[in-house]
Design a protein. Sequence first.
Length: 71
Amino acid sequence: MYEEADGDYVEQTPSDDGLEDVEVIVNKEKQYQQELLQVLKQKEGEHKELRQELGDIKSKIQQIQLKCIRE
């Protein structure tokens, strides 16, 4: 990289030019996205189980209502 003041070439390390920080941020963002994906899959599974339980409860209520009507 050239210094504009005197035209000399100056070698910059990743920490000098900010690239190291960007790489760290990108890696953290990828890790965060993976964690969110895992949580989403877990919540989808829980939601599916709850929907099944709700269906079972509705079915039992209907059976009880039918028994009450017959009696």
